[in-house]
Design a protein around this ligand. Structure first.
Ligand code: ATP
Length: 201
């Protein structure tokens, strides 16, 4: 099954894009969703985290206290590496399983970290949702009621606009209206359907 990666910085419009692809009946595998799912109660990753960090990183109902875990690993690079060594293979496995069970003609793999991680290896092509940094900043601040410094910190930790554009096979310009965004996604869907139906993949 052809895998089309969709990436972009915080607040660039990835969710708006993938929601539109989904409205055309295209399956979406979302790396953020997978990262949460592998840490659900009953999953081996949560058991390992509990054994390593103790009950302190759990909420009262036994689910993961994400804010607490973030604090712990943020303060300690060794612990962060331990957590990544545990979770990255499990996330990759779950992503592969979901991509493998998606329906034709192609599947969208949405990840904010395609540029930063080996996840680009899952993709046959990569679509980058692109906006100027000022638009990214304003839309994210509005959506999350975060202040400018907070959003700028997150943006600084992500790949740059140029780095993302360098790996793009196709670019969606989301600096305009939502209607203009949807028109681009609709055209891309038509193009991808034609391409992958023709190649018989
Ligand atoms: P994150 O990486 O933080 O999950 P994202 O890339 O998924 O972000 P969205 O949540 O889709 O980005 O978009 C960010 C915000 O901007 C949302 O509130 C969304 O409704 C809004 N938005 C997206 N595209 C447009 C647009 N073309 N015009 C106006 N608002 C938009």
């Amino acid at each position: 099954m052809p895998v089309i990666g969709v990436t972009g910085g915080i607040g660039s419009g990835k969710t708006a894009v993938t929601d539109r692809f989904a409205s055309h009946g295209i399956d979406i595998v979302d790396a953020d969703v997978v990262a949460r799912v592998i840490m659900e109660p009953g999953r081996p990753a949560l058991e390992a985290v509990k054994a390593h960090f103790g009950e302190d990183v759990l909420l009262e109902d036994g689910s993961l206290n994400r804010a607490r875990l973030r604090q712990v690993v943020f303060a300690n690079p060794d612990q962060r590496r331990w957590l990544e060594a545990l979770t990255h293979p499990l996330i990759a496995e779950e992503i592969q399983q979901r991509l493998g069970s998606a329906t034709p003609p192609y599947v969208i793999f949405a990840s904010p970290l395609l540029t930063e991680t080996a996840q680009s290896a899952f993709c046959d092509e990569i679509i980058v949702v692109d906006v100027p940094e000022s638009v990214q900043l304003n839309r994210t601040m509005q959506r999350d009621s975060n202040d400018q410094a907070q959003v700028e910190r997150i943006m600084a930790a992500q790949a740059s606009r140029e780095q993302r554009l360098q790996m793009a096979d196709r670019v969606i310009d989301n600096s305009g209206t939502l209607e203009q965004l949807y028109q681009q996604v609709d055209a891309l869907n038509a193009s991808l359907r034609a391409q992958y139906a023709e190649s018989g993949q």
